[in-house]
Design a protein around this ligand. Sequence first.
Ligand SMILES: [Zn+2]
Length: 112
Amino acid sequence: MSQPFLLADSDYLQCPLCADSYVHIEDVYVAGRPREDGPVVPVHVDSAGRVLTGDEVDLPIPETGRRHVISLGGRCEGCGGRFTIEFKQHKGQTVLAVRRPVWTTIARPLAD
Ligand SMILES: [Zn+2]
């Protein structure tokens, strides 16, 4: 049985870009859907526990399909890369995708 993203004989997550095991998962993005084909409710939770919702969230999820998508955002100490591991519900199954998101700066999203 394959175990994608896990270092052999361990429980350590590997970087999907370079296979280094020094990775940090720091963000959770949710393209929420109150119902199938309903409007997308964007949510971002960062590693400090801050929660953003609505239009100020820049989802790194290019295609939401008809249901919700949950994406884990991380960075790698080895290659310095940023990535997302995305789980998309599709017809009763879960589609996994690894992406290199294009993040854009939001003007002071967490200003005091
Ligand atoms: Zn890496």
